[in-house]
Design a protein around this ligand. Sequence first.
Ligand code: 0X9
Ligand code: ZN
Length: 337
Amino acid sequence: MGLSIFVITVFLGGAFAVPALVGPFYQTNDYYTYEEIGDYLDGLAWSYSNRVVLKEIGVSYENRTLRTITISNGDGRPGKNVIFIDAGFHAREWLAHTTALNIINELVVNYDKNKDLLDDYEWIILPLVNPDGYTYSRSDIERIDWRKNRKPSGNGCIGTDLNRNFEVGWGAGDASDDPCNFQLYRGEAPFTEPESQTIQRVLLELTANNRGKLYLSIHSYGAEILYPWSYAKETIKNYKEHLEIAEKAIQAISKTSRPSKYVARPGNAMYVAGGSSMDYAYKVGFPLSFVWELPGIRGNEEFKFYPPKYLIRELVRETWVGVRAMAKNVIKYYPTS
Ligand code: 0X9
Ligand code: ZN
């Protein structure tokens, strides 16, 4: 793995030497473990303490911490609007976590290039929603297609699909009431899982003070930017705004060197699925809410959730161009007052 804390030796007057931390350096050529992601976040908090705050927002069933990184420009101005991003609801969607780390890196380490996105907005990013499932999916090739979390679900089976465990339209469409369903078990009721409860709490905090403007949940794969509703074939009030903002992101991507072919449409046009976080965020007051399905590699189904490592860099860069364009428009449509 390519994460490294870079230590140089500083000579003071030639008399003695002290090591100085000048990293961390993030390299987009690998899929990081839960521990490595934690180390990376710690390194950022250490090196960029004026612009970065880490927060433990909850713990997973197996006691792994769920941590957000709040990124600001360090000016201390309270009450800025917020872009909230999460990734890794689904264990096997490894490129999603990786993409979230690259977004963090762009905003923190490449701050000089991106500071326009932080003048009037704060970004809160949860790069790993489902650390137990992710760790399980990495533990053995037989387990690589694991999707759910790891809490026992009933009938001797394990795991709930966290993106079916939210309240809006819970159980509708492509969701299962069978705890042994390998993909789509919705849970016994909405918000039975520690991971979905944690996200619920954070989303409610961000809408209670009216700061949450964009909710963006990164998944893979499909090269689609989806907006509500997911749970029913109904049209939301500001669907035009969603479509416009998604299409601008896609236009920006189309200008990159080897662009993926994206489409923008409501989630229900892909398939109807109740209990998603996208619908919940929209329902509780985020005016803009999207699921971003990363590309599964330009028509090559074989790579699905795990594009080969040599393609990671190109893919996360392409996505950043789109996310950047999306954020620019969110900031324009919903300026901090
Ligand atoms: O089914 C999901 O939870 C998401 N797709 S994935 O392949 N990553 O599992 C999509 C959720 C968005 N809603 C709809 N497509 N209805
Ligand atoms: Zn997913």
